[in-house]
Design a binder for this molecule. Structure first.
Ligand SMILES: [Ca+2]
Ligand SMILES: [Ca+2]
Ligand SMILES: [Ca+2]
Length: 517
């Protein structure tokens, strides 16, 4: 028997765009990302957005409909469905049903979950050949058996070990652990293997200045401002080899140094030496990846993340080749084991790799998250009314995912509202996720929406995958309510499914112009 499942999320609202223009997009076929990456304007999306035929989803089932007369349809989401899932009392409905969200507490998420995806997982760590399998789930240490690695292993990635999309990683270095400050300009020597998407993903070496021990902490705002003003000491992008200009060393006191190399395999640069202004006691090695082309999606196939070893500062005594890092292991948290939290940044903001919680010498950090933001608000709060299908009553609750008071988007936000998981019985032919949404995300302003699902199969959850086959994100300022949804093809093979609805602030991928503008 064919069955069709509907997970109707009810009414999801996106806050209103209110940001100045960030970027213009031009076209470069040589750099054009594949279909998976392209925003799908609302007017090109199938379903209600085209036909405006309210209440009748236009998605198609894959394959031919055979013996349609035997099909049954079950509706999974209804008011309180996730609370009943938690209580073990959930029963799917046999008549059309959605969760209106109206029965939940104002300002809450009801029984739904949320996620702040703007908070990156900390990636910089001491990789140890003895605790991983080199060239299987970690790169071999560049020297000896341990090194600094900004990367991880994920069996679901295309390139299984390396770096993910949308990552922001800060490695803090106190370069004067012995002398306190530098008496003169100094040199830092390191062995490194860097490969990041050319001209889209970067490593920067940033100086703290002012002889200060740690003036930047894990501040994304400060680092972004320094990068925007090209105030960094060194910028790396692409696959670096010893033949890359400036790769083996340069004087950063004469201005920002660029180390850039076209795609291809990286090669380890051994003993590169850079001259640093004496007042930069604190150094920050920052890695930032954008929304596409990484080890995770395999579209950047080169290298395995950023690797550093044998970090030496020339005025910090002996052993000379071990003054900052060579082979040490990271301290362990005396409370419960695990990494030692960096007490100098906010909770979750960093772990100490060398030194103490109160005085780290090397610390792996990420910037604070922007917040989960999603909350239930009254339907009369949208400042731009939809005159055809208005929501203007105080009792009609909707999810709003931006600023809680003015409903505007929040810079760098990346937040999701997450459903509970639902079981998928055997014999299901199709699983559909449907929701109503109101979008005010003008194209090219840097805000996108997309939905994802993940399936539980063979005893484990898989990675989140876009609900739209082949991927894609939604932009557009429709400024009206409409039904949207996707068929979750892979879910028919699973024993459970879970869905999340996200909005993300991203710098649109600006492509280089060829020829005159
Ligand atoms: Ca080493
Ligand atoms: Ca990238
Ligand atoms: Ca509602």
């Amino acid at each position: 028997m064919r069955k069709t499942l509907f997970a109707m999320l009810g009414l999801v609202a996106l806050g209103l765009w209110a940001m100045p223009a960030l970027a213009a997009v031009s076209n470069d076929p040589g750099k054009a990302p594949p279909k998976v990456s392209e925003p799908i304007p609302l007017d090109n999306r199938a379903g209600i957005w085209q036909s405006r035929a309210e209440g009748n989803y236009k998605g198609t089932l894959s394959g031919a409909l055979i013996k349609q007369a035997q099909a049954t349809t079950t509706w999974y989401l209804y008011p309180g469905a996730c609370a009943e899932r938690a209580a073990g009392t959930w029963v799917p409905r046999t008549t059309a049903q959605a969760d209106s969200l109206n029965s939940y507490a104002l300002g809450s998420l009801g029984p739904y979950g949320s996620a702040d995806q703007s908070l990156s997982e900390i990636l910089w760590h001491f990789s140890d050949n003895a605790t991983c399998t080199t060239n299987v789930n970690c790169p071999a240490a560049l020297a000896g058996t341990r090194m600094l690695w900004c990367g991880k292993f994920d069996a679901n990635w295309v390139n299984k070990f390396g770096y993910p999309n949308l990552s922001y990683q800060i490695l803090y270095l106190n370069t004067a652990p012995i002398t306190g400050t530098h008496a003169a300009n100094y040199t830092i020597t390191l062995t490194y293997n860097f490969s990041s998407e050319f001209n889209y993903d970067y490593e920067w070496l940033i100086g703290g200045g002012g002889d200060l021990a740690d003036p930047i902490g894990n501040s994304r705002a400060q680092i972004d401002a320094i990068v925007a003003a090209a105030g960094y000491l060194i910028q790396w992008t692409g696959s670096i080899t010893p033949a890359t200009t400036n790769a083996t060393g340069a004087n950063t006191t004469a201005g920002a140094v660029t180390v850039a190399s076209n795609p291809g395999a990286p090669a380890t640069v051994t003993g590169a030496t850079f001259t640093i202004d004496q007042h930069n006691k604190a150094l920050y090695l920052v890695f930032k990846s954008d929304c596409l082309f990484s080890s995770e999606d395999g579209l950047w196939p080169e290298g395995h993340g950023q690797q550093v070893d044998n970090v030496l500062v020339n005025d910090q005594g002996s052993p000379a080749n071990n003054s900052l890092y060579a082979e040490e292991v990271a301290p362990v948290n005396p409370i419960g084991g695990g990494p030692l939290p960096d007490g100098t940044v906010g909770v979750g903001g960093g772990i100490v790799l060398k030194g103490t919680s109160g005085a780290p010498l090397i610390s792996a950090r990420v910037p604070p998250g922007v917040g989960t933001l999603w909350q239930l608000v009254q339907g009369n709060n949208l400042p731009t009314p939809d005159i055809c299908t208005p929501k203007n009553t105080t009792t009609d609750l909707i999810f709003e995912g931006g600023n809680a008071s003015n409903f505007h988007t929040v810079p760098n936000q990346f937040n999701s509202v997450v459903t509970c998981s639902f079981p998928i019985p055997a014999g299901v032919a199709s699983v559909l996720a449907l929701w109503d949404e109101y979008l005010d995300l003008p194209r090219f302003q840097g805000y996108v929406q997309y939905s994802e699902f993940r399936i539980h199969k063979d005893g484990a959850w898989g990675n989140w995958d876009n609900t739209s086959p082949g991927g894609g994100v939604v932009t557009g300022a429709r400024q009206s309510w409409g039904l949207d949804g996707d068929e979750l093809g892979a879910a028919t093979q699973a024993d459970s499914v879970q869905i999340r609805y996200s909005r993300r602030s991203q710098q649109l991928r600006r492509r280089r112009l060829r020829g005159a503008l």
